[in-house]
Design a protein around this ligand. Structure first.
Ligand code: TRP
Length: 466
């Protein structure tokens, strides 16, 4: 092989990894979820806890997940089993892979419903439905969509079909190459929206809300009536979101790590992925909150926040019909390149261990997630009543809470402990191949002590023990 082809191959597989990982990380979590939970949990202090979790838990665990994937080169279940066997540790570590498969199903089953909202809003954009919206009419437009079980199930089905077709045909690289152009475009559009929010929104109120740190808010949650209660929930949610937004804790990044060539830097890639992901989320916040305050909307409005605030802006700005449509198209693509990573661990395992052809595995997994997702869609209408709730949460909220705030951090804890304690020092040292022994030492210390202790502390805090 000539040197030229060699270089090219290396470049493209390194690029393939970065595209897949950024495509997986940047999604509804950044643009839909981050603003809405930040609004719900009171702003600045929540953002700070989230950023600390990204840095002290998310990034070290991401390095661990990538290095395990690159060493194992198989589905997460088999990677965990094999690496455990090689290290002389218990095969029970395979449970981490299984937990990841279940978590992926749970997340996809509500993710797809929200991606369906974005699809429905593409059509609203084309039809000019954003024209002249104010706070109330924008709320009504969103309310009409979520009140209709038929429309929600329809769009959820369309999105699940899109995801399954890509996974079944193994044309992920095609989608990811497309995303190379679309993600920067999404970024530019977000910048335009931040500019618009500066000009037309209450920008300083938005900035203060996002960045002023009021520590009392980390431990209180207030309802619409202004009743506040003491709770550790915000830090649990901030930690859960750090895992969610970076696609960590369930094996998605582990699978993608197996694309990575040996000479690519895991630490460098991790920094790039985390920075890109965090920037997109902060920009979404900077675009949305000034509009929320200028239009008399409630920051704690819940999952509809983005779908109510941004259309008001699109309805008022010049060229808004085009921008609005384009924005939701790009959001759909961002969600699409994320959702395929949610099914990948399950599909990879089915093809490896059950000898299923890729297409059959994808349809099996997609079908099951579709079925589960119907419950999430009905949570907004037919099953929204108290009769169908548990602890005041709908099925949609329960799945999100359980998967994001419990299962992902548990998966992350196991991955940190496995990499930090069970496989010894040589394996991570060789895979990370960091030039600076000090940095490697700092990473190893973090993954052995700081990340696990942080996760456990936040869990204990949440159940009221610390
Ligand atoms: N990170 C994606 C987002 O922010 C969602 C996602 C994709 C995900 N794959 C994942 C979350 C794996 C947790 C685990 O939209």
């Amino acid at each position: 092989m000539s040197e030229k082809t060699l270089v090219h191959n290396q470049w493209s597989s390194r690029m393939a990894f970065m595209l897949a990982a950024i495509g997986s990380a940047v999604g509804l979590g950044n643009i839909w979820k981050f603003p809405y939970i930040t609004g719900e949990y009171g702003g600045g202090a929540f953002v700070l806890v989230y950023l600390v979790c990204i840095l002290m838990i998310g990034m070290p665990v991401m390095m661990a997940e990538i290095l395990l994937g690159r060493r194992g080169r198989r589905s997460p279940i088999n990677t965990m089993r094999e690496l455990a066997a090689t290290a002389g540790a218990s095969r029970l570590w395979g449970v981490v892979g299984w937990g990841g498969v279940v978590t992926g199903f749970l997340i996809l089953s509500f993710y797809s419903v929200v991606a369906g909202w974005a699809l429905a809003y593409v059509i609203e954009g084309v039809a000019g439905a954003f024209k002249g919206l104010d706070g109330e009419s924008a709320g009504a437009l969103f309310g009409e969509l979520t009140a209709s079980p038929g429309r929600l199930v329809f769009w959820h089905s369309v999105f699940m079909l899109m995801t399954t077709v890509v996974v079944a045909n193994g044309v992920r690289s095609g989608l990811e190459r497309l995303v190379t152009w679309l993600m920067p475009l999404l970024f530019v559009l977000l910048a335009v929206l931040v500019g618009y929010a500066m000009a037309a929104g209450d920008f300083s109120h938005g900035v203060h809300f996002l960045f002023d740190i009021d520590f009392s808010r980390v431990f209180t949650v207030c309802d619409e009536a202004g009743q506040c209660r003491f709770t550790a929930e915000p830090s649990l949610v901030a930690m859960g979101h750090a895992f969610f937004t970076l696609s960590l804790g369930m094996g998605a990044i582990m699978v993608y790590g197996s694309y990575m060539p040996h000479d690519a830097s895991i630490a460098g890639s991790t920094v790039m992925i985390a920075v890109a992901d965090t920037l997109v989320a902060l920009m979404a916040g900077l675009a949305i909150f000034p509009l929320v305050f200028a239009n008399g909307l409630e920051p704690a409005a819940g999952p509809g926040l983005v779908f109510v605030s941004l259309p008001i802006a699109f309805g008022a700005m010049p060229g808004g019909q085009l921008f609005g449509t384009l924005f939701f198209v790009l959001l759909v693509f961002a969600a699409w390149s994320s959702s395929i990573s949610l099914v990948e661990p399950a599909v990879a395992w089915l093809t490896e261990n059950r000898d299923l052809p890729r297409a059959r595995a994808a349809w099996l997994v997609g079908g099951l997630a579709w079925l589960l997702g119907i419950g999430s869609a009905l949570s907004f209408n037919l099953w929204s009543g108290e009769k169908y709730q548990l602890f005041g949460k709908t099925l949609f909220d329960i799945k999100d809470f359980l998967a994001t705030n419990i299962m992902l951090p548990l998966g992350g804890l196991a991955i940190a402990l496995f990499t930090g304690w069970a496989v010894g020092r040589r394996l991570p040292e060789g895979e990370l191949a960091m030039r600076s022994p000090v940095l490697f030492g700092a990473w190893r210390f973090t993954v052995r002590y700081i990340s696990p202790a942080g996760i456990v502390l936040i869990f204990l805090n949440a159940i009221g023990l610390v």
